[in-house]
Design a protein around this ligand. Structure first.
Ligand SMILES: Nc1c(NC[C@H](O)[C@H](O)[C@H](O)CO)[nH]c(=O)[nH]c1=O
Ligand SMILES: CC(=O)[C@@H](O)COP(=O)(O)O
Length: 215
């Protein structure tokens, strides 16, 4: 039996991630697999030159929560970059940008004279990581379908790449093998690595396209 034809081919371009900011939003269901996938993605991001300080990792309860979280990392960051306010007396650390935030000014706590608008660099790509394993009900099907469509909508609506890192496995072994943790002779391949590389490539493409470079 010939080897499978499946799998992604290597890009003939080595994309440089040095200037990129990437968010990884991951679910917490099926932790053993999730942890391997996240580690694989982070490893390839760093190998591609993405600075550790430019990699934000955020967890959510389950895959069903991925779209809302990803939309906030994409939409708020991209559309509300002027809303970021930094006050001298910071009391809240904003995980999104690593800046210390005072309370966002409002009628009770108006912005102080020291409030400044800080550049709030948007993320170049967001990697959504989840592991769905089929159970005995239709819950699996409904989550897989709704989450995949929602993540696609976010990226098309915003133009920010949302890498689909959601495993939709029918068995534990299918999930384990796709994280390089196969229990048989063939350990499988860690798909998280592919997602890290995809984030760097797509983030680089979007930057070039934004500059009008389509060559
Ligand atoms: N069964 C799995 C879930 N289920 C939980 C949902 O994703 C969601 O958190 C809950 O319905 C509350 O809204 N999530 C996974 O990521 N993987 C599963 O296998
Ligand atoms: C993906 C799921 O939600 C699934 O694991 C839940 O299992 P069950 O269908 O047996 O409730």
């Amino acid at each position: 039996m010939s080897a499978t034809v499946k799998g992604i081919s290597k890009s003939d371009v080595q994309y440089d991630g040095a200037a990129l900011r990437v968010a990884i939003v991951h679910a917490r269901w099926n932790k053993t697999v999730i942890d391997a996938l996240v580690a694989g993605a982070v490893a390839k991001l760093k190998e591609s030159g993405v600075k550790e300080s430019n990699i934000v990792v955020q967890s959510v309860p389950g895959s069903f929560e991925l779209p809302l979280a990803c939309s906030r990392y994409v939409r708020d960051r991209a559309y509300n970059s002027t809303r970021a306010h930094v006050q001298t007396s910071s009391n809240v650390t904003d995980l999104l940008s690593g800046l210390s935030f005072g309370a966002i000014p409002n009628s009770e706590t108006p912005a102080t004279a020291a409030t400044v608008t800080m550049p709030n660099e948007p993320f170049d790509a967001v990697i959504a990581i989840g592991v769905l394993i089929k159970g005995s009900t239709m819950h699996f099907e409904y989550i897989c379908d709704s989450v995949s469509h929602a993540l696609m909508k976010i990226q098309l609506d915003t133009g920010v790449p949302v890498i689909f890192g959601v495993l939709t496995a029918l068995t534990d072994d299918q999930a384990l093998e796709r994280a390089g943790l196969g229990r048989g002779e063939d350990k499988g391949h860690n798909h998280g690595e592919d997602w890290g590389l995809a984030a760097v490539e797509m983030g680089s493409h979007v930057r070039r396209w934004r500059e009008g470079k389509f060559d």
